[in-house]
Design a protein around this ligand. Structure first.
Ligand SMILES: Cc1cc2nc3c(=O)[nH]c(=O)nc-3n(C[C@H](O)[C@H](O)[C@H](O)COP(=O)(O)OP(=O)(O)OC[C@H]3O[C@@H](n4cnc5c(N)ncnc54)[C@H](O)[C@@H]3O)c2cc1C
Length: 590
């Protein structure tokens, strides 16, 4: 099972859909060029394919060892992580003032994509650390930034996110961990569950960011404060001091991601857990949202990663597995011999489902990264639930499709197809379940400004539809027709939901998941229509990309337009149905 970094596909999105010149024109990014982009991708691709990927299946098999509060990572993980740190990869998109390289998120995202694709369990550590760094760089005090950020940016220390407790999952406001002021710092006590990388042996120190409640704090999220809790206390000169009273007391045995530690953390069990306040008292949730939003997009990228990996894997299998004669008349040469399964239409259909949706997901995710760089905050906020929920849903669907391509061998662990499916499952759950993302989309992102951010996005998609409609050829006409139909469904759905979000929240919440899907499928279709538009033009005088590559973009966009976009026609009536009786049906009728 090898991984081939999809450098050309990534470059196509970066150089054509986004535009390196547009990126370089943003404040602070004038050093970005085509050459720099290519060399970053190639070097990151080597780390991903050469170092991270070979450990993926072995790490899943070997798993983790927990004893006396410590976690031993699978063989090779610590060395691979060190290579990542030594290469300076962790600091790619952070400011030079805190030891980063000051490059755009639009370049850091493909690097993350490749590392996640190569080894999701290992790369999860870096995802959380990056969210923690962003949080501290926005909300940390000057002293905290000075003491903690350089080591976190290099990756020598990692960061964690501590929200969840047994009674506080989706409902973060139910957090009970306690914090008390103690001289010039705080102490905290209580337990957190499901803390990714709460303990491991790859970094010298771990910086936990923990939500807790001060005495007399108001109920709910308005009474949450955020604390920085180091595993080892840090001396003023940056060296490590005593072990803090913050320990992992167990790790979970999970369906997937067997090589990423998910820890129950006990704070203050031995009587004194040192903590520092981040942001002001009772304002912790706002600060934590910086990390959560960063991680939501990061988890979307994990979804993209598993779509890509399982697609490559399935395509490779389909090109070699020989089974069944082709559907040809007996007079055709070779029709009497079995063929590789990629010759069968249904296998092609499965591979195209994977290829087209993976490419749409990549284009959409990278456009969100560009919005981050452009500081287009409303756009970022609108796209965050879409990137998180749609792409992680896709990763569940497409990793399952890959198992189907493998036939019985997909169900057998040796091939590794099953691992991708197992690893994907939690992506739709952690960082806010996809149901919660859909509520966020409808009640906040859509309704908050009466659809202003949404309408601006739809207007851009309509421009793309108009541009592709003006192109010559059947492909362009078919894509334009489908995209226009989906845009019509999307606008009708939004017009129905906008007032409903205020007048009948249950009905609006009922429609939230199908609405998110309708929006995402259409947005993915618009990005692929744009790809088709570019491929159509470049085919007249191909330069950087081969004719084959450009033609594949057209075929892929047309497939998506004809096989995926029509889903929106079925989603609209689901969204607009009144769901009579469902909410009032007695619970014991289920
Ligand atoms: C492997 C793994 C790693 C994790 N890593 C971390 C981590 O590093 N840090 C951390 O803090 N947490 C972490 N988590 C916790 C994770 O974020 C939560 O599991 C998740 O937010 C869901 O919470 P819950 O499990 O309590 O489910 P619940 O909140 O009980 O949800 C159960 C179901 O009810 C639905 N539901 C709940 N409330 C609503 C609502 N208001 N509207 C509609 N539907 C609703 C949910 O969508 C879901 O389908 C991790 C979890 C796992 C499994």
């Amino acid at each position: 099972m090898t991984y081939t970094p999809p450098i050309n596909d990534i470059l196509f999105v970066l150089t054509r859909l986004i535009g390196i010149k547009k990126l370089a024109a943003l404040p602070g990014f004038d050093s970005v060029s085509d050459d720099l982009t290519r060399s970053i991708l190639e070097e990151a691709g080597k780390l991903a394919a050469g170092t991270f990927a070979p450990l993926n299946h072995a790490g899943d098999k070997q798993g983790l060892k927990f004893s006396n509060g410590t976690v031993k990572m699978p063989d090779g993980f610590a060395a691979a992580y060190q290579e990542y740190v030594d290469g300076g990869w962790n600091g790619l998109s952070f400011g030079e003032d805190i030891g980063g390289q000051g490059l755009p998120a639009t370049l850091a995202m493909p690097v993350q994509e490749m590392l996640q694709t190569a080894n999701l369990s290992l790369a999860l550590c870096t995802l959380l650390n990056q969210g923690a760094i962003e949080l501290l760089s926005v909300h940390g005090t000057e002293a905290q930034k000075k003491l903690y950020l350089p080591k976190m940016v290099s990756g020598a220390w990692s960061g964690t996110m501590n929200l969840t407790e047994p009674q506080a999952g989706s409902d973060v406001g139910a957090v009970r961990c306690k914090a008390v002021k103690d001289g010039n710092h705080y102490t905290i006590s209580g337990q957190k569950i499901f803390i990714s990388y709460g303990e491991h042996d790859m970094a010298e120190n771990i910086v936990h960011l923990v939500l807790a409640r001060l005495p007399d704090a108001p109920e709910g999220t308005k009474g949450l404060s955020l604390f920085l809790v180091p595993k080892f206390l840090v001396n003023a000169d940056g060296t490590l001091g005593a072990r803090n009273d913050a320990f992992a007391i167990s790790i979970e045995h999970k369906l997937g991601q067997h090589a990423s530690p998910t820890c129950t953390m006990a704070y203050g069990d031995k009587g004194h857990c040192y903590a520092e306040l981040v942001a002001s008292e009772n304002r912790g949730i706002e600060a934590m949202f910086v990390m959560m939003n960063n991680a939501r997009i990061g988890v979307g990228v994990q979804g993209l990663a598993l779509c890509e990996r399982s697609m490559q894997h399935a395509a490779e299998f389909a090109r070699t597995r020989i089974q069944s004669k082709p559907l040809k008349t007996n007079t055709q040469k070779g029709a009497d011999k079995p063929v590789t399964i990629i010759a069968h239409p249904d296998v092609r259909r499965m591979l195209m489902m994977m290829k087209s949706q993976t490419e749409a997901a990549r284009a959409l995710a990278y456009s969100a990264a560009f919005a981050i760089d452009a500081e287009a905050q409303e756009r970022v906020e609108l796209l965050t639930p879409i990137v998180k929920a749609w792409i992680t849903d896709l990763s569940n669907e497409l990793t399952s499709t890959a198992v189907q391509v493998f036939g019985g061998m997909g169900f057998v662990e040796e091939t590794g197809a099953a691992q991708h499916m197992r690893d994907a499952r939690v992506l739709a759950i952690y960082e806010g379940t996809n149901g919660i993302q859909a509520n966020d989309l409808v009640f906040r992102k859509l309704a908050r400004d009466d659809g202003k951010a949404f309408n601006a996005y739809v207007a851009e998609m309509k421009d793309i539809a108009r541009a592709i409609a003006a192109e010559n050829g059947d492909d362009a006409a078919a894509i334009a027709a489908s995209l226009n139909a989906s845009l019509d469904h999307l606008e009708k759905a939004a017009a129905y939901l906008l007032p409903l979000a205020k007048t009948d929240m249950n009905a609006a919440a009922f429609a939230a998941v199908p609405f998110l899907r309708l929006f995402a499928v259409t947005a993915g279709g618009a990005r692929l229509a744009e790809s088709a538009l570019i491929a159509n033009k470049e085919l007249k005088a191909p330069q950087d990309f081969s004719v084959d590559f450009l033609e594949s973009k057209l075929i892929t966009a047309r497939f998506y337009a004809e096989s995926i976009l029509p889903q929106t026609a079925g989603l609209l009536p689901v969204i607009m149905a009144k769901q009579h009786g469902v909410m009032t049906m007695p619970e014991n009728w289920f």
